[in-house]
Write a protein that binds this ligand. Sequence first.
Ligand SMILES: [Zn+2]
Length: 294
Amino acid sequence: MSIIPESAPMHPDSSKAFHSLRAVDVQDYYKSCINQFYQCIYDLLNLNDTSDLEDESESNIPTYLHYEVLDPIVRSTCESYLKLLTQMKQSKQLTDDTARVKKEYKLLSDQCETFTLDTWDKYVSKELTAPKLSELFNDRSQLNNPNTQTANALPTIELEKDKLLRVLPYLWQNPANVIPDEVIRGAPINQSNTDDDLKIEGGVIELTCPITCKTYRRPMISKKCGHVFDEQGIKSYLETQGERDCPQAACSQKVKLSDFSLDKIMILRCKINKIKQLRVKEDNDKLNQELDIL
Ligand SMILES: [Zn+2]
């Protein structure tokens, strides 16, 4: 029989070591990864330059914006981004779990009878028991609990950058797709990126400005009501009066120019739309050529 107790309460002198025990917080590292993902998509789709959106012809689309080239890159980026968010969430969970379990362990340990030569035998015979940190962690940690994994949403970070990357698979499938609310709030962690699994809401988003009736060039979104107009259109609408009713039908929100900011999601929609239009045109050209040969 063993003469060493299987468990013993924490010794007061070890509290310093105990406090230093924590899961390293790597959230900042993940945030820098999100920045890199964002920059990658931003550069890849040339989101900085919207001059090609206005032009109705396809001739000035750079060759690197061809759908066939972009499709595998965009898809794998979306997939990797989802993995990153999953890992980010797990890492956060580990940090939280560690802090929580430590607190509980300390409480339980403090309630134990002091570990001395007098109580030694009682701890050996398990007449007295003390909590074990590793067992407590395995028991209490939500990290491996499938229920909490699926029930909780992915973390929301960086807002605009994260949002753009999160909606990308939906818009890549169809730039006029309405984005489900839960995707913007944080999609379930087991959400797959394959087209079949994307849950699409009904309706379509118009990719033309309701004022100018033209494709967006610099789409501006109202922070008050979320309605989007081209910069040129909303500027001329608000030219005579600084503040007016929102020009969107059935929206009576008073808006002024400072309520609007550049809508990067709409730019993304329009860019993808342009890329897809070009693809359709190329396919048609190819078909026509084939027909000519026949
Ligand atoms: Zn409005």
